[in-house]
Design a binder for this molecule. Structure first.
Ligand code: DSN
Length: 416
């Protein structure tokens, strides 16, 4: 059953209560390898489900448009202070509703419509909001995109520099959603400085690794840093923008009143809780364990003949090109789901297939590491993936997966 228990919901709306319990059970039984997901602590869950959701508080602490902010101001100030301490930044805005609005705030703060942005192309591992054509950011701004090497699967910083010098974008994004390798923040910063562009580091995927010292930090290199709070950082669904002092005012104005109304105060409180957790030494151990697990899983997959984009991983994420296995990403992901292994199909760089039916799958180790799985379990995961990806023994594997996971407690769930 779900923890905290939900007796009032069960009385008032058993249909929804049953669905909540069912999802908790599903998360307990599966090996969750979606690279952008995690399990939050029970404390984060409690903050998210609190009466703070009842309150409107447009504005910022001490400068609100509604009365009754005696408590909310303290909640937001606590979240901000913890973000500043954890990441070592001068300023933090904890109000963005999620990653896409956080990135939009950067556009609103530093670009006029039609001006030029540079980001990693979506099929190469970038994000929709880094200027991809179907996103508002690609429709309302001119965008240029850097790629990864066809043979290396890695960003070539000389090519990024050449493109930047030729195109002279006003803003540059680094980071993305399917990047298995370390992001070279100093190199991006040098390029941005050379052309006078604002560098925005989108660390949504790796924020927890940065906080835990398992990935280099963009602080001191990128004056603007956007992140979601729910991936490796292990907080609630939300986002933050961290800046140096020079860029703070523009970002705050862009978030509110530029893009948003009232912040989601229950989320802000849960972000504060998650940041408090990330400030503890055990979080650094967690972040390093996430990377160690990803490396071990990558090695075990390579041994089984899987073709990994860039050959491996430096972080929590693995991108597999299944072309050599003669199966597409979507049927593979569906077969894996039936086997109790949850991940997503994904385009790979230079994919010849369509985004809704691409050649790859994407995996991450943030959630399984939270459950307590270690490097010793990764060869078994690779073996199950190898068999299930082609639809072999899926029902049998699902039972074995559920048996394995039953030994690892899940925050948010208790066996009833
Ligand atoms: N949907 C997120 C991910 O899965 O990486 C990015 O927005």
């Amino acid at each position: 059953m779900h923890v905290p228990n939900i007796p009032s919901l069960t009385d008032a709306d058993p249909q929804v209560a049953d669905l909540v319990h069912a999802e908790a059970q599903r998360q307990f039984e599966k090996i969750r390898l979606i690279a952008s997901e995690n399990y939050v602590s029970t404390a984060v869950l409690e903050a998210t489900g609190s009466v703070l959701t009842n309150k409107y508080s447009e504005g910022y602490a001490g400068r609100r448009y509604y009365e009754g902010q005696q408590v909310i101001d303290q909640v937001e100030q606590l979240a901000v202070a913890r973000a500043k301490e954890l990441f070592g930044v001068e300023h933090a805005n904890v109000q963005p509703y999620s990653g896409s609005p956080a990135n939009l705030a950067a556009y609103l703060a530093f670009l006029e419509p039609g001006e030029k942005v540079m980001g990693m192309a979506l099929p190469m591992g970038g994000h929709l909001t880094h200027g991809w054509s179907v996103s508002a950011t690609g429709k309302w701004f001119e965008s240029v995109r850097y790629t990864v090497g066809k043979d290396t699967g890695r960003v070539d910083m000389d090519e990024v520099r050449d493109l930047a010098l030729a195109e002279r974008p006003k803003m540059i994004f680094c980071g993305g959603t399917a990047i298995p390798r370390t992001i070279d923040f100093p190199a991006f910063a040098a390029i941005a400085e050379e052309i006078g562009a604002v560098l925005v580091a989108d660390i949504a995927h790796i924020a927890g690794l940065v906080a835990g010292g398992a990935h280099p930090s963009p602080v001191g290199h990128a004056p603007v840093i956007t992140t979601t709070t729910h991936k490796t950082l292990r907080g609630p669904r939300g986002a933050m923008i961290m800046t140096d002092s020079a860029h703070a005012k523009a970002i705050d104005k862009a978030v509110f009143p530029g893009l948003q109304g009232g912040p989601h105060n229950h989320t802000t409180a849960a972000i504060a809780v998650a940041l408090g957790e990330a400030l503890r030494p055990s979080f650094s151990e967690y972040a390093h364990a996430v990377v160690a697990n990803a490396r071990a899983l990558a090695e075990a997959l390579v041994e089984r003949g899987f073709d990994l984009v860039s050959g491996g991983t430096d972080n929590h994420l693995i991108l597999i090109d299944l072309t050599s296995k003669d199966i597409a990403g979507k049927p593979a992901a569906q077969a894996l789901d039936r086997a109790g292994i949850e991940l997503n199909y994904n385009t790979v760089p230079y994919d010849t297939r369509k985004p809704f039916d691409p050649s790859g799958i994407r995996l991450g180790t943030a959630a399984v590491t939270t459950r307590g799985l270690g490097v010793e379990q990764m060869p078994l995961l690779a073996e199950w993936i190898d068999r299930a990806v082609v639809g072999e023994d899926v029902e049998k594997i699902a039972l074995e997966v559920s048996e394995l996971m039953s030994a690892y407690p899940m925050p948010g769930f208790a066996v009833s």
